[in-house]
Design a protein around this ligand. Structure first.
Ligand SMILES: Cc1ncc(COP(=O)(O)O)c(C=O)c1O
Length: 389
């Protein structure tokens, strides 16, 4: 059925963006669960754990005694200062609290950054495979996403040569994520420096999505802030801090960008949710708990890297960080979407087809999220292995 049927005129073409398939698969998995079927979630990138206890306690105290009105559009000053301190302690890079912008999840950060940096029609380089919402948000805002094909040779991450190419095509920016979703691969310091320098030289904005920082298993993640004062860093309490549903994140931006972003934030969202900002302040007191959660991811990762090859999934991209395994399943099915649907239907394991992350080669891949509880991840591995035999 045409979406505009029965409406006075056609919908805006900007609304005709692709769905975020992860969320569609999650809805299908939830529908199965509601009908009484048992479902294990490996489709969605969210921790199986709640927010750290300190975060929940701060929120519950605030509910009792605070008004929880609008905050400043850039976020509560105490939280901005705490994020600046965390950044300095974690990376050894000093950041003035005034450069920190609190957002409604990193998702709002992308909208604010794209609106502040790019005009309609501007091209933006997006490494592929990559997080699908970048290109969908860009399309909705009238930007021109340019997918950069990555490969095993470059550890599935962009290179300085890609920046040169983007510049030659007149692009206005590059967005990269390290660790990346769906691959889990990372760009280490020397390459990140080269990319930052190339962006500087060719006058491209560099947006660094650092939402999976804290979740590295081989080498620590490097912040773009260490290599460029002009980089826009997007981060979130969703992943390492285990706070997806609180919808709270942050950006670190160049000083000159603060006021334009403030104006956008005031008008688009007024302020990020107050209760979540209070909880986020508490989350910094929960690092010990969060490190224990991360140790669980590391065990899930090790278990799946052993078990999935036994199920026949022998080609898995280097899982340096985040909580994903991206496996080539082309030996088993011409279209991983069909395989994902059958897996949910027949053994109750929800996974995401690669087409969400890579419109060109994604049909060859499945993404497994191992952020769920350890017993559930073990049971999923058992079901998948038995099913594939
Ligand atoms: C790479 C990446 N960036 C951003 C997001 C958005 O997260 P949030 O809006 O919860 O901060 C996600 C969510 O899965 C992600 O994988």
């Amino acid at each position: 059925m045409q979406e505009s049927e029965g409406l006075p005129r056609p919908l805006a073409t900007r609304s005709a963006i692709d769905p975020f398939i992860v969320m569609d698969v999650m809805a299908a998995a939830n529908a199965r669960k509601a009908k009484g079927h048992d479902v294990i979630h490996m489709e969605v990138g969210q921790p199986g754990t709640p927010a750290p206890r300190a975060a929940r306690e701060r929120a519950s105290e605030a509910l009792r005694i605070e008004r929880l009105g609008y905050t400043e559009a850039l976020g509560m000053p105490e939280l901005r200062a705490r994020i600046a301190r965390y950044t300095a302690e974690r990376y050894g890079v000093p950041v003035a609290p005034e450069r920190v912008v609190v957002t409604s999840g990193s998702s709002a950060g992308f909208v604010l950054a794209f609106l502040a940096l790019f005009d309609a029609g501007d091209a933006i380089g997006l490494p592929s495979p990559g997080y699908p919402c970048y290109r969908q948000i860009a399309n909705a805002l009238g930007l021109a996403p340019r997918l950069i094909e990555t490969s095993g040779q470059g550890r599935w991450m962009p290179t300085a040569a890609d920046v040169e190419k983007l510049a030659a095509e007149g692009a206005a920016g590059l967005l990269l994520a390290s660790p990346n979703n769906p691959t889990g691969t990372m760009t280490l310091a020397p390459r990140l420096r080269e990319i930052a320098q190339a962006c500087r030289k060719h006058l491209l904005w560099l947006i660094s999505d650092e939402i999976y920082h804290g979740l590295e298993y081989e080498a620590p993640a490097e912040t773009a802030l260490a290599h460029s004062d002009a980089a826009i860093v997007v981060n979130s309490f969703s992943k390492y801090f285990s706070m997806t549903g609180w919808r709270i994140g942050w950006m670190v931006v160049p000083e000159a960008l603060v006021r334009p972003i403030e104006r956008l934030a005031q008008n688009l969202y007024i302020s990020p949710p107050a209760i979540s900002q209070v909880a986020a302040l508490g989350a910094f007191d929960g690092i010990e708990e969060l490190e224990a959660i991360k140790a669980g991811y590391a065990r899930n990762r090790a278990m799946l890297l052993e078990e999935l090859p036994c199920a026949g999934f022998t080609t898995i991209l280097p899982a340096d960080g985040a909580f994903y395994l991206y496996a080539d399943v082309s030996r088993f099915a011409p279209d991983s979407e069909a395989l994902a649907k059958a897996m949910l239907r027949e053994i109750g394991v929800a996974v995401t087809p690669g087409i969400d992350f890579d419109p060109v080669h994604g049909r060859n891949y499945l993404r497994f999220s191992y952020a769920g509880p350890e017993p559930a991840m073990r049971e999923a591995a058992r079901r998948i292995t038995a099913w594939m035999r």
